[in-house]
Design a protein around this ligand. Sequence first.
Ligand code: ASP
Length: 437
Amino acid sequence: MNGNKIQLHWQILMALILAFIIGVSIQVGGLESSGFAEGLVSSCEFLGKLFMNALKMIMVPLIVSSIICGVMGLGAQSNFGRMGLKTFTYYAATGMLAIIVGLVLVNVIKPGVVDQETAMMITGQADTSEKLTSKFEDRGAKDLVDIFLRMVPPNIVDAATDNGQLLGLIVFSLIFGFFISQLKNNLYDFQVNFWQSILEIMMKITNLIIKFAPIGVFGLVTPIIVRTGLEIFQPLFWFVVTVVGALSIHFFITLSILLKTFGNINPLTHYKAMAPVLLTAFSSASSAATIPVTLKTVENSAGVSNRTASFTIPLGATVNMDGTALYECIVVIFIAQFYGVVEGFEIGFITQFKIVLLALLTSVGVAGIPAASFVAITVILGVVGLPIEAVGMVWVIDRVLDMCRTATNVFSDTCGAVIIAKSEGENVYGSNDEKPS
Ligand code: ASP
C-alpha cells in the first residue's frame, strides 16, 4: 500500500488548495469577523505555531551537527591543505556571489513593498510596531562591531539558547569541526562516528517534522488568506520573479563565467553532461538524495577523478548551497520590506549586512533535504527581530522554488568539482587528450 501513498509535495499542495478555498470562501462571504472564522483562525494559528516550534526545536542540534560533519571530513584527505583551500574558497566565493545577486534583485524589484493597507492585512502585526522599529534602527558602527562580537560569544551554552546568538554557535561549530579534522586515529574515528550519528538522528527528526508540513502549512497559510483573500498573491508573484530571476542569473551567467574563466570549460558541454543531475535535484528537492547521481555523473561524464569527486561532492551537498543562501537572503528582506511598509522603517545597511552574513553562514548548516532552509530562515528572522511566523507567506510557493534552488545548489557543486579537478591537472572533458604527451 506504501506505493499508493500521496507524495509529500502533493499533500502540501492539497493543504494549500484547501487553505485557499476556505480562506477565499470566508472572504467572499464577508465572514472574516464571524465566530466561525475567528475560531478557525485561532485553531490554525495553534497548528502553525506547533509546526514552527518543532522547526525551532531542531534548529540548534541540526545546524551544529551538520556544520561539524561538513567540516570534519576534511581531515580524511591526505592533501587536504591544497584541495581543501581551493574547495572552501570556491564555496565561499560562489555563495557570496549568489547572495549579492539576490540582494541586488530584491532591492531593485522590492517584492515586499506593497501599499500599506495590504501589508497591514498580510502581516496582521500592528501591535508589535514599536518593538520591531527599534530593532531596525541601525546604530551604525556600533551594530557592525556588535555582529563581530556575537561571532565570539562569551558563553556558548547561552549562545545556543538565544536566537540572536546563533551566529556565535555557527562559528564555534566551524572551529570545532575543523579541530576534529586535526585529531588522530581512534579519537578522530570516535568523533566522526559520534557526530555522524547525531546528524543522522537530526535528519530523521527533521524529516518527521517535514512530514507534518501539510498540516503546518495549512495552519500558517489559512489565517493569511482569511485576512487578505487574494491580495497576498500580488507580492508573491513579484517574490517568485525575484527568486527565479536571481537563481537564473547565478545558474546561467555567474557559474558559466566561472566555468569558462577558472576551468576553461565550455559551459554548454557542462550543462548538457549534468542534465541527469539537474533533473534528479529538481524533482527530489534534495541535494543529499542527489549525491549518488552527482558522483556518478561528474566521474563518468565529465572525467573527474574519484579522489576529487568523493571529496567535493558530498561536502558540497552539505556545505555549498548557493541557491539556498540566495533564497534565505531574499525571503528575509522580502519579509522585512513588508514590515517596513507597515511600520515605516528602512532596512539599513547594517541589517542587510547582518542578513548577508547569516545567509552565508547558515546555508552551510542547512541539511540537503526538502524545505530545510526554513530552519535557517527562522534563525535569521529571529536574529534580525522579525516575527518568525511570517515565513507562512512564502510556504505558499515553496516547493517549486525549493526544486529550483536545489538544482542550483547541486549544479554549483558540479562546477566546483570540475574546476578543482581541472586545476589538479585531471582530464576533465578530455581536455588533456589533445595535448602532446
Ligand atoms: N532543498 C535544498 C537542498 O536540498 C535545501 C533547501 O534550500 O531547503 O539543497
